[in-house]
Design a protein around this ligand. Structure first.
Ligand code: NAD
Length: 503
């Protein structure tokens, strides 16, 4: 398989000129519409070659303070929240148009820095994100409260009417991971902005580029300076941001460990929080599952973005009667996959995001071998440049093994047989996580009976990894608290005020 791996990164490729020009600039936090570029510098890498592609200035405590003060001032003076909802909507729609128009540049930057296929970057990181932006921009004009008559005993002649208002919560901190950096930044920024909040997004230091670029496009669309700031930095900067007393809402997408730390910090200030955290997602294949026809989708459920998807399926519970055929089909399809940089049009699998992450994936697979599991394909770090790791299938596994319990967040799936539907459900639910799951069957009666028994925030039937702006998304158990997406997404960025009028 090694000779199929090509780690030539973006060398020799013509990046869109705008992306090349962006990389040559001084890069850093964006505060009040200006880039802060004279602080400690951090290297940013191309995962396909391991080469440094940019250096980004990372926020000092003084810069964290400046970012929050700037967002707070922008909120207090009403330059954004006091606009008519229709004006906020119009500006956010213009913002979506600009992301679409600059899609080639943004997709190229995402691929260069994150390692994903540029096809995926164009389709999901840009295409699906633009749809999400337009949906949420439209919600700016649909926020409303309720009016009601009160029931308290009233003195003669007195009358009261009460109503509720949804008001923007204030300064929001959005803390994001490295797997879909721009997309997840906008999953937080657009609802926050539609609600009238100011937001500071802190991207992962591994993939900071597109968040800065897209925040600049927000300025170009007409979002006033200070309303959408970007803070560069690691967990320390994230922690300083999450614990700042002027931050009224923290929304983090990341590991369960980071989510808990952020929740503790927010609680200290009684700030609101939303946690979108890790997953270890089951896919259940019942006896009648049509895996040959759905093979491509099944592979993508585990290997989209090299398995670096929070909702990726990684525990495959397969009915014993189809187990061996299933393992053969998946293993043989993987053998034909082509590996290369995200810019290689023929590559189906591209590198993992960093060498540290790749080493962690490899460590968990080695641990599986030590525990007695069998690796039917993959499972070895290839020679050559770049942070590649092959698609890996593990059998002879069980729920007690560490690689079945821990989130690997890489291209690794374990196949475990079961005999009865009850057994499948209890194996699937035997996890501290509960983000997503899928059930594969054409038996409608069984699907309708089993879906309510699966402990996960999202359950797909005969599909996986399908996210829609109108479909709420979030986790059960250690996978998070709160929901993103859906018609009520903006409520998470508001406080509810009751008003009672005597008349
Ligand atoms: P991570 O938890 O290491 O980091 C996520 C972000 O949190 C980064 O910006 C990081 O700098 C920051 N951070 C880390 N510790 C912090 C702290 N104590 N206080 C404040 N900020 C802190 O995660 P990652 O490695 O960047 O991303 C992978 C993880 O993200 C996986 O666990 C994956 O499941 C999860 N994820 C979840 C979803 C979802 O919607 N549920 C989506 C994508 C990724």
């Amino acid at each position: 398989m090694n000779n199929q791996i090509r780690g030539d990164g973006a060398r020799g490729l013509d990046l869109p000129s705008a992306a090349a020009a962006f990389l040559k600039r001084e890069l850093g936090s964006l505060i009040d519409g200006k880039v802060v570029d004279r602080e400690a510098m951090v290297d940013v890498f191309d995962p396909a070659s391991g080469e440094v592609i940019a250096r980004v200035s990372t926020a000092s405590p003084k810069t964290v303070e400046a970012a929050v003060q700037s967002a707070h001032k922008a909120f207090e003076d009403g330059r954004w929240r006091m606009l008519r909802p229709a004006d906020r909507e119009r500006i956010l729609l213009r913002f979506a148009d600009l992301v679409e128009k600059n899609g080639d540049e943004l997709a190229a930057l995402e691929t260069l820095n994150q390692g994903k296929s540029v096809r995926i970057a164009r389709m999901l990181d840009v295409g699906a994100t633009v749809e999400f932006m337009r949906y949420n921009a439209g919600l700016a004009t649909k926020m409303s409260g309720e009016t009601f008559d009160v029931s308290i005993p009233l003195p003669p002649g007195a009358k009261y009417t009460a109503y509720t208002r949804r008001e923007p919560v204030g300064v929001v901190a959005g803390i994001t991971p490295w797997n879909f950096p721009m997309m997840i930044a906008l999953w937080k920024a657009i609802p926050a902005l539609a609600a009238g909040c100011s937001i500071i997004v802190k991207p992962s230091p591994v993939t900071p580029l597109t968040t800065l670029r897209v925040a600049e496009l927000a300025l170009e669309a007409g979002v006033p300076p200070g309303v959408f700031n970007v803070l560069m930095g690691d967990a320390e900067a994230g922690s300083a941001l999450a614990s700042h007393p002027l931050v009224r809402k923290v929304s983090i997408t990341g590991s369960t460990r980071a989510g808990k730390a952020v929740a503790h910090a927010a609680i200290e200030n009684l700030a609101h929080f939303t946690l979108e955290l890790g997953g270890k997602n089951p896919a259940i294949f019942l006896q009648d599952a049509d895996y040959p026809s759905n093979l491509h989708m099944i592979l993508m459920s585990a290997f989209l973005n090299q398995g670096q998807v929070c909702a990726a399926a990684s525990r495959f519970y397969v009915h014993r009667s189809i187990h061996d055929g299933f393992v053969d089909a998946v293993t043989s399809a993987i053998g034909k996959m082509r590996y290369g940089s995200g810019f290689d049009p023929e590559a189906q699998m591209t590198p993992l995001v960093s060498s540290a992450h790749r080493d962690n994936v490899a460590r968990l697979v080695d641990m599986a071998r030590d525990e007695g599991a069998i690796v039917t394909t993959g499972g070895r770090v290839p020679d050559g440049p770049g942070y590649f790791y092959p698609c890996t299938v593990i059998t002879n596994a069980n729920n007690a093994m560490q690689h079945v319990r821990a989130e690997i967040f890489g291209p690794v799936l374990s196949v475990i047989p079961f005999d009865t539907d009850d057994e499948a459900i209890s194996l699937a639910n035997e996890s501290s996580y509960g983000l997503a799951a899928s059930l594969w069957t054409n038996d409608l009666r069984k699907a309708m009976n089993l879906v309510p028994r699966i402990q996960a925030g999202t359950v797909w039937v005969n599909s996986h990894n399908v996210l829609d702006p109108h479909m709420p998304f979030g986790g059960y158990k250690q996978s998070g608290m709160g929901r993103e997406f859906g018609a009520r997404a903006l409520e998470a960025y508001t406080d509810l005020k009751s008003v009672c009028i005597a008349h």
